[in-house]
Design a protein around this ligand. Structure first.
Ligand SMILES: [Zn+2]
Ligand SMILES: [Zn+2]
Length: 330
């Protein structure tokens, strides 16, 4: 771990896996029993369960990619432990999706409470919401700086954002009843692989992901009192994911459709093959990783359907798998 730099304004066990649709009211979950080879997700909604006991809730705030799909915000995952939220990535729309989850009854996701953010890498689809996480919670009442963890380059990005919104920051602080003079700041922790964060509730470990030409791209392993979660971030197939998961409760992994990929022009195939993970390769990784639940996110369909993508994964992975949508909870 490194000593953080505060950047401010100085001139600058589950046999049933329950999940909840974002618009559902209350805490009634739909239990999925996803047997291998199940025809479709809806067919697997076998029973209803109430997920009251877990101290850890995972909310898919955004499952999207650079494609501006109105149904999918940019990538962002919230792990909420005992009402404290830990955000992983900040895609476009992150604070509004968090507000939607908060409205649906998930604690810790109201704007002023968003105080901890971990970035997997600095691609724009994962960081377009960073300004949102810096400024919106502050305007809504956050008084402490954002605790921000990310790869080298994160500090420069925050400097640039604070510079870009400099006039706004001045105006808001100067105006009567303006927000706190601290809450827009960030304590930036530029991290390397290893344990990067630990408190009484969670331990967060970063591991390297090979992703296109990025020098620094990370996945995260999150240990809470009752669950272990691994988030891939973006990356091409990486055997270390299986070691990081090693029977974890939930593996959240990016993926692209093999059938869709076959229709992509060769030049784009070359890029995606060294940037992302195919469904077939993910199936092999998940088989080795043995997660209690595999959650697909950052799905690149390339024209394939969700059912096709799930079928491609299930062809090589016998465990439970869900193709996530925004605001689903696990
Ligand atoms: Zn991405
Ligand atoms: Zn990326």
């Amino acid at each position: 771990m490194k000593v953080p730099t505060t950047i401010g304004h100085s001139r600058a066990r589950r046999t049933l896996v329950s999940f909840r649709m974002g618009r559902a009211i209350g805490r009634v979950g739909v239990a999925l029993v996803l047997a291998a080879g199940a025809a479709a997700m809806t067919a697997a909604m076998a029973s209803v369960a109430v997920a009251q006991s877990s101290r850890t809730r995972i909310v898919m705030l955004g499952t999207g990619t650079p494609i501006p799909d109105p149904e999918r915000s940019g990538p962002a995952v919230a792990v909420v432990v005992d009402s404290v939220a830990y955000l992983f990535d900040a895609g476009a729309g992150v604070v509004r999706r968090a507000a939607a989850a908060s409205r649906n009854g998930v604690p810790g996701l109201n704007a002023p409470a968003l105080g901890r953010l971990f970035l997997t890498h600095l691609h724009s689809d994962h960081t377009l919401g960073l300004a949102d996480v810096l400024f919106t919670p502050w305007i809504q009442g956050r008084e402490a700086p954002l605790e921000l963890y990310g790869p080298p380059g994160t500090r420069r990005m925050v400097h640039g954002l604070l510079d870009a919104w400099d006039e706004d920051i001045h105006e808001r602080i100067a105006s009567s009843g303006g927000p706190s003079a601290e809450g827009y700041r960030a304590n930036v922790h530029e991290i390397v692989p290893g344990v990067v964060y630990k408190d009484a509730r969670v331990t967060v470990k970063a591991f390297a992901m090979p992703h296109s030409a990025w020098k620094y791209a990370y996945g995260y392993r999150i240990e809470t009192p009752d669950r272990t979660i691994v988030i891939s971030g973006d990356g091409r197939p990486n055997d270390d994911v299986a070691a990081q998961c090693h029977g974890c409760d939930v593996l959240i992994h990016e993926v692209y459709s093999d059938a869709g990929f076959a229709r992509v022009p060769a030049a784009r195939q070359a890029y995606h093959a060294q940037a992302h993970t195919s469904a077939a390769r993910l199936a092999a990784i998940a088989t080795a990783a043995r997660p209690g639940l595999l959650v697909l996110y950052h799905q690149l369909y390339f024209g394939a359907s969700d059912e096709q993508l799930l079928a491609e994964v299930r062809a090589g992975f016998a465990g439970r798998v869900v193709s996530a949508r925004d605001l689903q909870e696990f």
